[in-house]
Design a protein around this ligand. Structure first.
Ligand code: HEC
Length: 187
């Protein structure tokens, strides 16, 4: 015959086991969710089409997960031709290059500039994306201009974009701030 203390021990042991296995399930459910930063790295870099680049930007949620250009807030004053008010985002690779004054942007760098009208309505988004071997004569930049209505107006080796940005050839075609590689040019 089982002693009373043995019964109590068995009952308690059973309860502890049930509690422990429930906790295990909860933990499993938690690890199923991916933190935003990890989710971002899971998205493969985009192909060189305007549509693929835009899909990528939506997938990584660039406005939430990327840094603004250092010391430029949102809706800062821009020059012709881009818009009255600008907000410029850098992916992690581009941000590191700017803050570290790396001299130039690395392959994989993406700069996204939102161009707003004086009344703060979005007019267009212009993008520079550095792709290994894409355009060796012009520092391998891939250019995109997407209008607010979703029309891709420019994608590829944007001749108009390059014609103006080439003034900053010594600064890796970048106007907004120095990268530490050479003199900034005039527009
Ligand atoms: C007439 C000159 C000119 C043309 C053409 C031009 N840009 Fe720019 N771009 C600028 C200037 C100047 C800036 C700095 C921001 C500002 O003050 O407006 C800039 C900034 C940018 C930036 C932020 C990174 C940087 O270089 O500072 C991106 C991205 C960009 N332009 C993309 C484009 C794309 C894409 C095109 C073509 C569809 C284009 N640009 C055409 C002058 C030009």
């Amino acid at each position: 015959m089982l002693s009373r203390s043995l019964i109590v021990t068995l009952l308690c042991g059973g309860l502890v086991l049930v509690a422990w296995s429930c906790r295990g399930q909860e933990e499993g459910a938690e690890t199923g969710e991916m933190p935003a930063a990890e989710a971002m790295q899971e998205v493969a870099p985009p192909d060189t089409t305007g549509a693929a680049v835009w899909e990528y930007l939506e997938a990584v949620d660039y406005t939430a997960s990327w840094e603004l250009w250092p010391e430029k807030g949102e809706l800062y004053m821009g020059q012709e031709p881009h818009g009255a008010l600008l907000t410029t985002y850098l992916n992690p690779a581009a941000y590191e290059a700017v803050t570290g004054m790396a001299g130039s942007m690395p392959v994989g760098a993406i700069i996204v500039k939102e161009n707003y009208m004086p009344d703060s309505t979005l007019a267009a988004i212009t993008i520079m994306y550095k792709v290994a071997g894409y355009d060796p004569d012009n520092n391998d930049w891939y250019w995109v201009k997407r209008l607010a209505d979703g029309t891709i107006e420019v994608e590829g080796r944007g001749a108009g974009c390059i014609a103006c940005h080439t003034a900053q050839r010594d600064n890796d075609f970048v106007f907004t701030g120095p990268l530490g590689g050479g003199e900034m040019g005039e527009m």
